[in-house]
Design a protein. Structure first.
Length: 568
């Protein structure tokens, strides 16, 4: 392909009637004042979308426009262009066409970028227009730090040599011991974890090796393996960062610290535990900057969302969110809190630990070491004249009873409980020793939830269910099983070959109506379960999961997995 011509983006958009002369004039003035790129000004001011700009450039230059969401990118081909230049020029090498390379650029009119790329790859290049946001997302995904992490681990191993060092004993005398290589290694680990949207980092000493794994969309993936002797140095540095006792290696410890990754603050919850081959470290990553705490964004069906919103707007009562560890309960409660948060209301949370930090809310972290338990903090919180109280978890009878009493005396109480489904939750409270009358008079609703992985939209393809899957689907779909279309992800560069990208919630709601409350006061649990099931009218976790399958959002196997967690 010949070198592209220099064109004026504003004139192209005006000629193609995507932009008015007045908007162009305003955008040029804005560009002069702010120094931003003109295309960025157009998009951020809402004049045009990135897709419209890309389409206009493609038509003007007579080159293709590629949607990277549906382009299976080969990481080896992409890396023909160094990461620094790829980010600088917003460009990706997409295909080797035997004699030339197909390069996607968000601004193919940048002649300097075109010349530099051709010089760097030492081949003829053909251009395609790509969306700038998609280019940057692909760069973050593909130019991972795996090789850097392995190299830094080897560098740290060489620095440590063959000498066995008691880092805990030496730290007081030299707190910067091995700091440079350790810091570089850990920063690379955090950078890579953020790029792949990992929720947890596991640093695990094994026999003769150290493995680092990331949990992505609920599933653990091996990131790298290194020599076991760097494990004490990593554990030491992480303990120093989180103000833990660096001399204590025999007992588990918990703490937290914050890191900055690409100008975003990430809060890190750390847990250490002694194992046979050294200290295992697990870190939960909480991205404070990118967290969108909105009920609309977590996947609740519209009808259920409206009911849940109405329930949490009530002035008093207990609302429980239930499910196993890692099912998104805390996120749901914080989404509700963010909507309830206002100047007119006092909100207090009692948590272990505090996961999200919200302005305007009084958040208290439980500390059992100094006997600052859920029950003790909750009693004190109720003397602070709150309107709404969030209790991180109903762990015991005392906490549950205090929470229910608070709900009876004019407070809205939000909390979580570990139960399999909504129906069994009131019975679970009674099993904990809470009197029936307190459950019936205070509990307003129970929201049960799970998380399922979402099919990667870039590699979603039709799927034919197995006989077992058809039989399971027929319990909800009956004779409509053959009329629905089913999908799965075949695996691509966008989802690291997993076929899934991201997760969404699956929900069911039990509202404590008068009939359900009366049944809760009946000593026969079978009667309560029957009445409560009638109130839910079949709107169960399984039904919502099957709806997501029919919509093409998740796979049958994912729906069956979460359904099996709630069925005997």
């Amino acid at each position: 392909m010949s070198r592209p011509e220099k064109v004026r983006l504003g004139e192209i958009l005006v000629q193609q009637k995507l932009l008015s002369e007045e908007q162009l004039t305003l955008a040029l003035a804005d560009q002069k004042r702010s120094g931003r790129k003109l295309g960025r000004v157009f998009v951020e001011n809402g004049y045009v979308t990135e897709e419209q700009i890309a389409g206009a450039l493609a038509r003007q230059l007579n080159i293709p426009y590629l949607n990277l969401k549906f382009f299976n990118i080969n990481p080896e081909i992409v890396r023909l262009l160094p990461e620094t230049q790829a980010r600088r020029f917003r460009a990706l090498v997409l295909e080797d066409r035997r004699g030339s390379l197909l390069v996607g650029m968000s601004d193919p009119t940048d002649l300097f970028a075109y010349d530099e790329i051709a010089r760097l790859v030492r081949q003829n290049i053909e251009l395609a227009v790509v969306n700038e946001t998609e280019v940057m997302a692909a760069i973050d995904r593909i130019y991972r730090r795996t090789e850097d992490i392995s190299d830094l681990a080897r560098e740290l191993e060489q620095d440590l040599g063959d000498v066995s060092v008691d880092f805990g004993a030496l730290a007081a005398a030299n707190p910067n011991l091995e700091e440079a290589p350790v810091v570089k290694l850990l920063q690379s680990v955090f950078d890579d974890a953020a790029q792949v949207r990992a929720s947890d980092i596991h640093i695990e000493p094994q026999e003769g090796r150290l493995q680092i794994r990331f949990r992505i969309d609920g599933v653990l993936h091996l990131q790298t393996e290194a020599d076991i002797k760097i494990a004490p140095s990593l554990a030491l540095r992480l303990k120093l960062m989180s103000d833990l006792d660096i001399s204590e290696k025999r007992l588990p410890q918990d703490g937290r610290f914050a890191v900055r990754v690409k100008n975003q603050r990430i809060d890190v919850r750390i847990s250490t535990m002694p194992t046979q081959y050294g200290e295992s470290v697990v870190m939960r990553l909480l991205n404070q900057g990118g967290t969108q705490l909105k009920l609309d964004a977590i996947g609740m069906p519209r009808g259920l969302l409206e009911k849940f919103r109405a329930i949490v707007q009530r002035p008093n009562g207990l609302v429980l969110v239930t499910g196993p560890t890692g099912s998104g309960k805390t996120t749901t409660l914080y989404c509700a809190l963010s909507e309830l948060n206002s100047v007119e209301k006092k909100l207090i949370t009692v948590e272990d630990p505090v996961e999200y930090r919200l302005a305007g809310i009084n958040q208290v972290q439980v500390n059992d070491k100094i006997e600052l338990s859920f029950a003790r903090v909750l009693r004190s919180a109720l003397r602070q004249d709150p309107d709404i109280v969030l209790v991180g978890e109903m762990r015991d009878q005392e906490t549950a009873q205090i929470g229910l009493r608070a709900a009876m005396t004019g407070h809205l109480v939000l909390s979580t409980l570990h139960t399999n489904d909504a129906l069994s939750t009131p019975l679970r409270l009674m099993d904990m020793g809470v009197p029936r009358y307190m459950v019936g008079s205070s509990l307003q609703a129970v929201l049960a939830q799970r998380l399922v992985r979402v099919i990667c939209e870039s590699c979603s393809t039709p799927y034919e269910p197995t006989p077992t899957e058809r039989e399971w689907l027929s319990m909800e779909l009956n004779d409509k099983v053959d009329k629905a279309r089913y999908f799965h992800g075949k695996g691509c560069s966008h989802c690291n070959g997993m076929g899934y990208r991201g997760r969404t919630g699956v929900y069911e709601l039990l509202e404590m109506t008068r009939a359900v409350v009366d049944a809760a006061n009946d000593p026969d649990p079978a009667h309560f379960l029957k009445v409560a099931a009638q109130q839910m009218a079949g709107e169960t976790l399984r039904r919502h999961a099957v709806q997501l399958v029919v919509q093409g959002r998740t796979t049958i196997s994912e729906a069956m997995r979460i359904s099996n967690q709630v069925e005997d």
